[in-house]
Write a protein of this length. Structure first.
Length: 279
């Protein structure tokens, strides 16, 4: 009986690892394919791995041409600025909206929270026309601010911060109120410091979304010198005037690498923050 139980555990563990390896291979396949094509010296090679994947066949020519044939650094600067302010806007709005939903008692609180969560079930395309008309009346079309401001009110961020604030012990809040702290002081001096992991997770999540955002910036921004990286790379290197698949793949790899590096150093905060929100 003990041997059968041990064998069953071993088989179950092997099945779990096999599933994880299969999932990892499936999710990393596009990046590996883009990397192999971008590094190949053969411009006609679009297979998963170059036919002659030898040191003599590896070339950085396509990465060099990306910088030569498009304003890559301008797009990178635009994406960096837009991503930074997107993170600031999402975090601030989510904190200010999550605290009253978590700690204050007022009529309609549950209804408001359910209505916010309901927006997560709607496709993002639903908001394109209303947001476009709003920005037109505010004279924010063809501006980077207009491309990021609709993303500030993120339902996921509000939900995440509400769950994080609800996990804070009530004794801390009561002690601050006894000391005469206002609600805003309680929020910024008590709730925010102890909710650091959740805020970090929200920031990382917002960074990935803002960095990879394509549809909305491509609609709002028309000036080439204001385009973010995702839109600029697609506009310059695809379509009927595309010069090489290898150069497209090299640009895609350079677009993804900054996010991968950032996430590699901050993944523990991301996982810890989401774990705290689930609890």
């Amino acid at each position: 009986m003990a041997m059968n139980r041990k064998l069953s555990n071993v088989l179950g563990l092997c099945g779990q690892y096999a599933g994880l390896l299969a999932f990892a291979a499936f999710t990393t396949f596009p990046f590996l394919w883009a990397l192999s094509v971008g590094l190949s010296g053969d411009p006609s090679n679009t297979w998963l791995f170059p036919r002659s994947f030898l040191p003599t066949d590896i070339s950085l020519m396509w990465f060099e041409r990306v910088f030569q044939e498009m304003p890559f650094m301008t797009y990178m600067k635009n994406s960096t600025l837009m991503t930074f302010w997107s993170i600031v806007g999402v975090v601030v709005v989510s904190i200010l909206a999550g605290y009253p939903l978590a700690r204050l008692r007022f009529p309609g609180r549950n209804f408001i929270f359910v209505a916010i969560l309901a927006t997560m079930m709607l496709p993002t395309e639903v908001a394109i026309i209303p947001n476009f008309i709003t920005l037109k009346h505010l004279h924010l079309l063809d501006t980077q601010f207009g491309a990021i401001v609709p993303n500030f009110a993120a339902a996921f961020g509000i939900f995440l911060m509400k769950q994080a604030f609800e996990a804070v012990p009530q004794d801390l809040v009561d002690a601050a109120r006894v000391d005469g702290a206002t609600e805003m002081q309680i929020l910024w001096r008590v709730m925010v410091p102890v909710s650091g992991p959740s805020i970090a997770a929200l920031g990382i999540f917002s960074l990935v979304n803002a960095w990879n955002d394509y549809v909305w910036p491509s609609i709002v921004i028309s000036s080439r010198d204001k385009l973010p990286l995702a839109v600029g790379v697609f506009n310059d290197l695809t379509g009927p005037f595309a010069t090489s698949y290898s150069m497209v793949m090299a640009a895609i790899v350079m677009t993804v690498i900054p996010v991968l590096i950032f996430f590699a150093f901050t993944q523990r905060y991301f996982i810890g923050g989401l774990d705290g929100a689930v609890k």
